[in-house]
Design a protein around this ligand. Structure first.
Ligand SMILES: [Mg+2]
Ligand SMILES: [Zn+2]
Length: 244
């Protein structure tokens, strides 16, 4: 309040403050021994406590401005396979070459331990290109589960970029299918991948995309991503702390 321009309002506020403080002090004096020292202590501390409490509240409020709201845990986290959960050997059809990246197993186990479902959404255009067979893709997925534990859903697109399917990322088909299979609202689903097509598929499905770039990821894709983390471990940290 501008005391100079609003003297009446200032006086009213001062009176209200005095009355409030007096009431607060009386409440605290009433329950204790009514010695002079006790009453003095109560009167002084009663004047000091409210501004301190207000300051504490105000500081907390200001500190948390701009902090992302806590969203709890998602219901489902979908992972790209090649370049995200395992090292990318293009068009790999050999289970022996399914090699998890460091921390992948632990990241998945932390999600499973918290009751978050996990799945894989994987473009496998090597099938459409005639480089690998669908059976080889399935054998590699089996090996993936052996190494990294069970997945609640596995989505594979065997088509090529010119087939016009609605499952090949960045199309949202596989993310939507995974959510539908598990009865999950896409808004409660996170998709973690290493290229723009992964996070674009997430966005198109109404899910949250997180990028964990590798050396092949384009800079423009990193700049465009809402979330860009260094490792799968860090991405899962963000998921589990509820700030996704
Ligand atoms: Mg990938
Ligand atoms: Zn497809």
């Amino acid at each position: 309040l501008a005391v100079a321009r609003r003297p009446r309002a200032a006086a009213a506020a001062a009176t209200a403050w005095l009355a409030g403080t007096a009431e607060f002090a009386w409440t605290r004096v009433a329950s204790g021994p009514r010695t002079r020292a006790e009453v003095t202590t109560m009167a002084l501390t009663s004047a000091v406590i409210p501004p301190l409490a207000t300051w504490h509240w105000l500081r907390g409020t200001v500190q948390h401005l701009g902090v992302r709201p806590w969203k709890g845990l998602p219901d489902l986290v979908l992972f790209d396979r090649d370049g995200t959960l395992v090292h990318d050997f293009p068009y790999n059809g050999d289970p022996d070459w399914v090699r998890p990246v460091p921390g992948a197993k632990e990241a998945l186990d932390r999600l499973r331990a918290r009751g978050v479902q996990v799945g894989v959404v994987s473009n496998q255009s090597g099938v459409a290109r005639g480089i690998i067979t669908r059976a080889q893709v399935d054998a590699c997925m089996e090996r993936l589960a052996e190494l990294l534990g069970p997945f609640d859903t596995l989505q594979i697109c065997p088509h090529g970029p010119d087939d016009g399917c609605d499952c090949r990322k960045p199309a949202p088909g596989m993310v939507k299918a995974a959510c539908a299979e598990l009865g999950v609202d896409p808004a409660r689903c996170v998709v973690i991948g290493d290229i723009g097509a992964d996070v674009d598929a997430a966005a198109a499905a109404g899910a949250v995309g997180m990028l964990v770039p590798t050396p092949v990821t384009r800079k423009a894709e990193i700049d465009a991503a809402d979330w860009a983390l260094t490792t799968v471990t860090e991405a899962v940290d963000v998921v589990l702390d509820g700030s996704w």
